[in-house]
Design a binder for this molecule. Structure first.
Ligand SMILES: NC(=O)c1ccc[n+]([C@@H]2O[C@H](COP(=O)([O-])OP(=O)(O)OC[C@H]3O[C@@H](n4cnc5c(N)ncnc54)[C@H](O)[C@@H]3O)[C@@H](O)[C@H]2O)c1
Length: 330
């Protein structure tokens, strides 16, 4: 049997992140087009990918009838319009997170993709991290017992942004993981924060989420912090687990710690402390896994629309948190 024809693909946005996508898709697919509005940026890629056509016009790339799919790695405010244009042109789309800045726009993209039977994959990179996959496995297998609460810490000093607040810039990562682990939509969300450096752009945001099952979650998001933290903690009734992306080797640590009520304690709560161990986590590049997942979906493997709907839930929750942030600070 002859191997399947490689998927013909174009990448738009060749700033900081787009070249990583171009590198992976050059290995995994047929990289036909590179698009960036900046001429000097385009010039840097002419020799690296000689087989790919270069353009500053997104529409020119979309007009190629042989092109199967496009990747949108342009600034966040452009995501919705470019993703919509690509879907309308009949192309499968991998769009960087978040796919849109409003839930109604994300909803429109989902509906358009479903209507045209096209893949719309928001690039929630952390969901492909083998450490996060391990968390999901532990939660779903009931290893931790009932999950009670979970929280994300995404803090550092910098990178200070002026056009996106910490909720949208940093929270999009932790929120995608929290919703993936809990697999419920929150029934209550509250965010508090403050804009210290740039008017209207919150540098520090604390979020609280409550789910219908009673689970609660928290996110501390900040670029004004002495600690560089990239951590997600899940507390179960039987065990607790921490995913720490700053760790080189011990990305996931399982703590056999829990409260208990032994018969002889007559209803008193005691704590049990057992082993602490770190399972082996594969070293696979999450972006590579994300690109492979996208190509698999385009080829018809798996649930074509699930990821877009999950991405919509992230945008909707971010929007609710943003409304709360504004209301609470007013
Ligand atoms: N998943 C991750 O971990 C991760 C990491 C970094 C960035 N990102 C995402 O990648 C996207 C790009 O971020 P970045 O840091 O590379 O930004 P960047 O500003 O470095 O690059 C954006 C590029 O897009 C180009 N561009 C702007 N409008 C365009 C248009 N209409 N058509 C074609 N090109 C256009 C710009 O000229 C620029 O070269 C953002 O959505 C960001 O959230 C994701």
């Amino acid at each position: 049997m002859s191997p399947p024809t490689p998927i013909r693909l174009g990448v738009a946005g060749l700033g900081y992140w787009g070249p990583n996508l171009a590198r992976n898709f050059d290995d995994l697919a047929d990289l036909r087009w590179l698009c960036d509005v900046s001429e000097s940026t385009r010039a840097r890629f002419a020799t690296r990918y000689p087989q790919a056509a270069l353009t500053g016009e997104f529409a020119e790339m979309l007009a190629d009838p042989d092109l199967d799919a496009v990747v949108v790695a342009t600034p966040v405010p452009t995501h919705f319009a470019l993703a919509r244009q690509a879907l309308e042109a009949g192309k499968h789309v991998l769009v960087e997170k978040p796919p849109a800045l409003r839930a109604d726009e994300a909803e429109e993209l989902c509906a358009l993709a479903e209507d045209r039977d096209l893949v719309l994959l928001p690039g929630h990179l952390l969901l492909y991290h083998p450490g996060v996959k391990k968390l999901k496995q532990l939660v779903d297998a009931g290893e931790l017992g009932e999950v009670l609460c979970l929280y994300g810490n995404r803090q550092n000093l910098g990178k200070i942004r002026r056009d996106e607040n910490a909720l949208w810039s940093l929270g999009v990562h932790d929120l995608s993981v929290i919703l993936y682990l809990v697999d419920e939509k929150p029934s209550e969300v509250v965010a508090h924060g403050n804009a210290f450096l740039t008017e209207g752009v919150e540098d520090v945001v604390f979020c609280y989420l409550r789910f219908p099952s009673g689970k609660i979650a928290h996110m501390h998001l900040s670029w004004l912090d002495p600690h560089k933290m990239r951590r997600i903690t899940v507390v179960g009734r039987d065990k607790m687990v921490v995913f720490d992306d700053m760790e080189l080797e011990r990305k996931v640590t399982i703590y056999e710690k829990a409260p208990e009520q032994p018969a002889e304690s007559y209803g008193e709560w005691r704590t049990r402390t057992g082993d602490i161990f770190s399972p082996k986590i594969p070293n696979d590049e999450p972006l590579r896994l994300e690109c492979e997942h996208f190509l698999g979906l385009v080829r018809g493997e798996g649930d074509r629309f699930r990821a877009a709907r999950d991405g919509l839930a992230v945008v909707r929750t971010l929007e609710q948190l943003q409304e709360s942030l504004v209301a609470v600070s007013a």
